[in-house]
Design a protein around this ligand. Sequence first.
Ligand code: 6LW
Length: 502
Amino acid sequence: MTTLHNPLVNGFHPDPSVVRVGDEWFLATSSFEYLPGIPIHRSRDFETWELIGHVATRPGQLAVEDVPTAGGAWAPTIRHRDGVFHLVITDAMGRGTLHFTATDPAGLWSDGDLILKQDGSSPIDGIDPDIAWDDEGNVYITYSGLILSGDQLGQHLGIQQVKVDLDRHIALEEPRSLWSGTGGQFPEAPHLYEVGGRWYLMIAEGGTERGHGISIARGDGPEGPFETAPHNPLVSARSTIRPIQNTGHGDLVPGPDGQWLCVLLGVRPRSGTRAFSALGRETFVTPVRWEDDGWPAIDPVLLNPRPGTRTEVSFDEPLDAEWIAVRALPSAVADLGSRPGWLTLHADGTTLDDPRPVFVGRRQEHLTNSATVHVDVSDGAGGLAVRYDERFHVEVEAGAGSVTARAVVGGLVQEWTLPFAGAELDLHIDSRKPASSAGFVTTSDVFHLAATIDGERVELAEVDGRFLASETAESFTGRVIGVYAVAGRIAVHSWVAEGDDD
Ligand code: 6LW
């Protein structure tokens, strides 16, 4: 019997799509303004998942260099046909809707081809593209008709669909509107499935926040017409006390031992009213049953976290695939060659307040977490940060004669500074559970910002964690813990991060 861990993939991995090939499963998720982009995880039992690579590993595959916060790689669909992996996605406010292919899902993937409108004038509109083939080999792109540019910016045309020529990457017709849910806002995340001779159109509706849910309809062909299921939404946490909220944006797949499964996004909010989701939207999984009436039923998502983890990195070998940077590849902001055994970051005049900081990090994967780095700031200034985006971050920074804890929340900045004339020290940022009074807690967590100088740990500041959460920062991403440089260059000798979800 398969153990379904939830989260299935910890840390911000929203908008999951999954495909089964033989006895392996491949999962793709959104990555927004971070690079490398569009992570691909693989499992052979649906329990253990390994990050095997990314779709976007080269400049030009996405155009995230200048996308606004939360723009970029939104909502992939991954499928497999005749030995080729296909992935369609919207590079939102970047290149547009793209089609990538690979024979090895670990990469390399293709450069990405825009899917053009029938007149070839521009990419098809919308987000959340799905790709499906019918028995005659027609290729359907079904998508959410949110307009992201031009004079119709922000309009939503509901669920749309076009047949495309996948060799020429061009639509063969004008878009047609399909069933668009039961009236919830933002019908999106469409996926088409042919099961038992029927075509099912599954979507998300209600918006990716607390009203999120999954609905389904079915018809005799991929173009519909579609009849709505009698029991929509199939799954939603809205108005419940469930520990996993915002559940929606799902994809169905035959799991091990014939059990169908639904991967979907969700959040793990904390505080007295469970208001703040520090890690952003993560990937979860839940069983699916096909009922006698031919409709699927999806179980509520049950929390089942894995044990905590500890990650130790010494920089004497290439960075693993978990390292990401903002609107740039990690290799563009950090190198292992300048000083063997150290990761060196070269400041370029930017700070964490800028859209392309000299920052490289890893997703925060646990609700309770500690991170420590050993740095040499003798040639510059920089430190350790938890970043939500350029407007919401906390950090411990050293160099230029001081060590400073800093909280940046919207336009508000607070600093706590001590003199430090040394070269090397340890920097710490811990996310700890808040103290409770009479059993009631009022926030998600508390950051403890500290430094260890000559063997003595000095607590610099405590900062309420609520401000770095999905609901407050309103970024589609999640917390990323990383190192950064703001002057000269800094070198990082070690990284230790550990945490759990108790
Ligand atoms: C994704 C869409 C959504 O494309 O947000 O709110 C976008 N729902 O399904 C980014 O996650």
